[in-house]
Design a protein around this ligand. Structure first.
Ligand SMILES: *Cc1c(COP(=O)(O)O)cnc(C)c1O
Length: 363
């Protein structure tokens, strides 16, 4: 039996360090916005070479608050993709802005810059680009577009911790980078968490107020905010995880290379020439995806689809007015994609077994 994912092997490996960190917080008597969050923010900013990092309660909040810090709200439009976690779309909507969904490049599964350009209207104020599966999007083209039309550029890095574009860490190329620390992400907490990184001290200061009721100093409010804080326990866990991130991403890339070398009969994921993929997910394409998935399940191999229904075809989002057929590459991806097991603790022999089962089926 090879499950699609499991966290226990990873957390067993790190148990000593993580338990020490959790005990330190438990014993400290300080649980919200304290020394662990401050240290984590400094370490996460330094890892990226960013001016600031601000911890928040989730990846969804990171996107929403980044947009709000950038002045996006009701009446504005923000361009993003339908081929993403629903959170990207709902985060835009939480600001009062309207998400405008553009098609993807099927090879990289990320926002197609030409489709983004075609989606620009006089209300467009932002682009939220998603580095889906850990694959950096075409940032030169998107940054050029954002600069030309004076748009805020937010990077949704929820699946791309440590991924690089032309040697730069994702999240540092646009105006702000939004991260999720949901447990299964490349860098996961022991609960919910998120962060925004930015090169602008001004955005960082706005974010610090936004996440804490809009407070400037205790009980003084110059602007409206909310409660969206990373807690001390999660920050302490994340400080441990950050120390292992590059090594873990290296192992992810090793497993991806093993899949690449041993899968012949399905379409393996392309790595963009300018990108260093973080392989949050290893996603193949196949014309008989449903058949493949069912047979692998029978043989004891877990797989998942990220994501089976694009945002514009969800029941909740019919009012976006994008009928089936309006985003052809997105819809084709949703029909053909399959995510194979890839996690820390999965052995090379298990990767090989998945490859053998797929090739046996197809060979
Ligand atoms: C996980 C994820 C989010 C949301 O993060 P949460 O921490 O679950 O709120 C947003 N965007 C993408 C692409 C994600 O994978």
């Amino acid at each position: 039996m090879i499950p699609f994912n499991q966290l226990k092997p990873l957390h067993d490996l790190l148990a000593d360090e993580i338990h020490e960190a959790l005990r330190r917080v438990a014993d400290s008597g300080w649980y919200i916005l304290g020394p662990e969050v401050e240290a984590f923010e400094a370490e996460f900013a330094a890892y990226h070479g960013a001016a600031g990092a601000v911890g928040v309660a989730s990846g969804t909040d990171a996107i929403e608050l980044a947009l709000r810090a950038g002045g996006i709200g009701a009446g504005d439009e923000a361009i993003t993709v339908a081929h993403t976690a629903m959170a990207t779309v709902t985060a835009i909507e939480s600001t009062g802005a309207k998400p405008v969904l553009a098609d993807i490049d099927l090879e990289t599964f990320t926002l197609d810059p030409l489709a983004a350009q075609a989606a620009i209207s006089e209300r467009t104020r932002a682009i939220v680009v998603v580095h889906l599966y850990g694959q950096p999007a075409d940032m030169d083209a998107l940054k050029g577009l954002a600069e030309k039309h004076n748009l805020l550029l937010i990077e949704d890095c929820a699946q791309a911790h440590g991924a690089e574009y032309k040697g730069r860490k994702v999240g540092t190329i646009g105006d702000m980078g939004a991260f999720s620390f949901y447990p299964t992400k490349n860098m996961g907490a022991y609960g919910d968490g998120g962060a925004v990184i930015t090169g602008s001290r001004e955005y960082a200061e706005r974010l610090e107020k936004l996440r804490n009721y809009g407070q400037t100093t205790r009980y003084r409010h110059q602007s409206r905010g909310t409660n969206s804080r990373l807690d001390e326990m999660q920050a302490a866990v994340l400080r441990v995880k950050l120390r292992h991130l590059d090594r873990h991403n290296g192992r992810r890339r090793e497993m991806a290379a093993l899949y690449d070398a041993n899968l012949r009969s399905v379409t393996t994921p392309a790595e963009a020439v300018d990108g260093r993929h973080a392989y949050h997910l290893y996603v193949i394409r196949d014309r008989d995806r449903d058949g493949l998935m069912a047979t692998l399940q029978e043989r004891g191999i877990g797989t998942l689809i990220h994501y089976p229904i694009p945002a514009h075809l969800q029941e909740s989002h019919r009012d976006l007015g994008l009928p089936a057929g309006s985003l052809p590459q997105t819809e084709r991806a949703a029909r053909e994609i399959l995510s194979l097991p890839l996690y820390i603790g999965l052995g090379d022999d298990e990767v090989m077994r998945v490859c053998e089962e797929i090739e046996k089926l197809r060979g």
